[in-house]
Design a protein around this ligand. Structure first.
Ligand code: ADP
Ligand code: MG
Length: 242
């Protein structure tokens, strides 16, 4: 069953076409890893899914809801997709627990007591049961990113979007974030992950997309594409990231 569908999606910034008639269908439970050169449109593709960017033509449908729909439809669509950014984007003036409670309380209308209980369980799940009352500034980058994952999960999304979630972290902190992402994947979450972590792509990814010049130029099983890249462009790209 498809959960995300791109139909001839075109996205431009001024004169430059960043997404060039993208067609893409993602099924429930897939873990799609997206790679591609800097500036190739990976972040834009993710941002179009939860309508942080608007598209010029075509359509994107998430769980039956269109990005071109009414305001109410778009608000509902946004709740289907949890997003995790490179720079964590936590609220600095809120504790870890309050950060995780924020979405359920403010966008879902969940009672604070229930939101608090669920937030505690989520922070426990990402290994931060001891840090509920800490502010982001009192946490390491890896811990902040795990709070950000818990916060995204708190809205009970159908789909999780990750935009280079480990790129801002020191190498020794990446593992703890990747482990949490693997746990989330193993619970059956549909995920789209922009990353340069090729080991994650091989181990956890069920599908790899190579985006290049506004098009999806490769689409297949991660192990196959990474072990035996079918194009010179992908071979060149992989040499730069590994
Ligand atoms: P990637 O994530 O693959 O590095 P992006 O999706 O961030 O690429 O960007 C794709 C292209 O769109 C780049 O050329 C970038 O400069 C341009 N771009 C991204 N966001 C904007 C924006 N808000 N305004 C103008 N150009 C943008
Ligand atoms: Mg990007």
């Amino acid at each position: 069953m498809s959960i995300v569908e791109f139909k001839k999606v075109v996205k431009r910034f001024g004169a430059s076409t960043v997404l060039d008639e993208i067609d893409l269908t993602i099924d429930k439970g897939e873990v799609v890893v997206i790679v591609g050169p800097s500036g190739s449109g990976k972040s834009t593709l993710l941002r179009c899914i939860n309508v942080l960017e608007t598209i010029e033509s075509g359509d994107i449908v998430v769980n039956g809801l269109s990005v071109r729909g009414s305001g109410a439809e778009v608000r509902e669509l946004r709740r289907e997709a949890g997003m995790v950014f490179q720079q964590f984007n936590l609220f600095p003036q809120l504790t870890a627990l309050e950060n995780v409670m924020f979405g359920p309380v403010h966008t879902r209308g969940t009672a604070r007591s229930q939101a608090r209980e669920e937030a505690r369980a989520l922070l426990d799940k990402v290994g931060l049961a001891e840090k509920t009352d800490n502010y982001p500034g009192q946490l390491s980058g890896g811990q902040q990113q795990r709070v950000a994952i818990a916060r995204a999960l708190a809205i009970r999304p159908q789909l999780m979007l990750f935009d280079e979630p480990t790129s801002a972290l020191d190498p020794e902190l990446r593992h703890e974030v990747l482990k949490v992402m693997q746990d989330v994947a193993e619970e059956g979450m549909t995920m789209i992950v922009v990353t340069h972590e090729m080991e994650f792509a091989r181990k956890v990814g069920t599908r790899l997309l190579f985006i290049d010049q506004g098009k999806i130029s490769e689409d297949g099983p991660p192990n196959e594409l990474l072990s035996n890249p079918p194009s010179q462009r992908l071979r060149d790209f992989l040499q730069h990231v590994s």
